[in-house]
Design a protein around this ligand. Structure first.
Ligand code: PBG
Ligand code: ZN
Length: 322
């Protein structure tokens, strides 16, 4: 008789035959850096996640390194917002300062920066606006300028999340012409217009002041379109691809895995984190086990790496198991 249970009998057999495993080296930890007076505050809908001033990052960085994490993804909250999001490319902008500080103290830690305008614009959209329209081509040079300012500060990887068409090519060309040929580009190629970003918008103060993002982020009903976005970003020079959100889009992640040979990241977004934390807090689920199961599912679906607010707890849990 065929008995799959033979290989489940002991821990050693299960370890030996497991197809997918989690590794702290594949996790990317998002950090919110703020130029405002809200440094140190915990984000209400994201228990355990705080905003930091660039100068107040050191303790967090030490913890990250001690846990064996190798990469962070920076989001900025500027002191002031304006119509064009000009703080996003300021030499002394909050992300630029944070990148310099990290690179001065921990040059080996990979620094990825989110390239977008929504945290910096008074209207909260990811591009320039005219009336109620989000302008595509006019936004491209602005995004390129933001990316170059991050590279100048020392970012290893820039990650555009705006969803304007043509931004990967525009950013790649700007980086190359300024001597940043080695700055890598991780594209949020497959980013859906999702309600799962709710807590993030509180954390980064980046909710649109009018309308929504459905005219530029992807429609949740579309999976084939994800492959089209990947094809375009690949042709434009993306080095890595992000699929976002993760859990409700594991089918898309799997399709992306089969479609591209580029390194693939899943973004385990704020709403996914918040739901898990809320249920765990109520005692309705075992938070740690569900977290590890979720992250494993993302890898099994095809992610090489995972951007996750759970990175520190996951690294801790993996260490305890080892
Ligand atoms: C900004 C941006 C968002 C996220 C990452 N970059 C929010 C949005 O597009 O509205 C979401 C991250 C999360 O929910 O964890 N362009
Ligand atoms: Zn944005």
């Amino acid at each position: 008789m065929m008995r799959p249970r033979r290989l489940r009998r002991t821990e050693a057999l299960r370890d030996l035959t497991r197809e997918t495993a989690l590794d702290a080296r594949d996790l990317i930890y998002p950090l919110f850096v703020t130029a405002r007076s809200d440094a140190g505050e915990e984000i209400v809908s994201m228990p355990g996640i705080r905003r930091h001033s660039p100068e107040g990052l050191d303790e967090e960085l030490a913890e990250i390194a001690a846990l064996g994490l190798k990469a962070v993804l920076l989001f900025g909250l500027p002191a002031r917002k304006d119509e064009t999001g000009s703080e996003a490319w300021a030499e002394d902008g909050v992300v630029q300062r944070a990148v310099r500080r990290i690179k001065a103290r921990m040059p080996e830690l990979l620094v990825i920066t989110d390239v977008c305008l929504c945290e910096y614009t008074s209207h909260g959209h990811c591009g320039l606006v005219r009336g109620e329209e989000i302008l595509n081509d006019e936004t491209l040079p602005v995004l390129a300028r933001v990316a170059v300012s991050h590279a100048q500060a020392g970012a290893d990887i820039v990650a555009p999340s705006d969803m304007m068409d043509g931004r990967v090519a525009a950013i790649r060309a700007a980086l190359d012409s300024r001597g940043f040929q080695d700055t890598a580009l991780m594209a949020y190629s497959v980013k859906y217009a999702s309600a799962y970003y709710g807590p993030f918008r509180e954390a980064a103060d980046g909710a649109p002041r009018f309308g929504d993002r459905r005219a530029y982020q992807m429609d949740p009903g579309n999976a084939r379109e994800a492959l089209r976005e990947i094809a375009l970003d690949t042709a434009e020079g993306a080095d890595m691809i992000i699929v976002k959100p993760a859990l409700a889009y594991l089918d898309v992640l799997r399709a992306a895995r089969e479609y591209t040979v580029l390194p693939l990241a899943a973004y385990n977004v704020s709403g996914e984190y918040a739901m898990l934390k809320a249920a765990a807090r109520l005692g309705w689920i075992d938070g740690e086990r569900v977290m590890l199961e979720n992250l494993l599912a993302m890898k099994r679906a095809g992610a090489d790496m995972i951007i996750t607010y759970h990175a520190k707890e996951a690294a801790r849990a993996l260490r305890e198991k080892a």
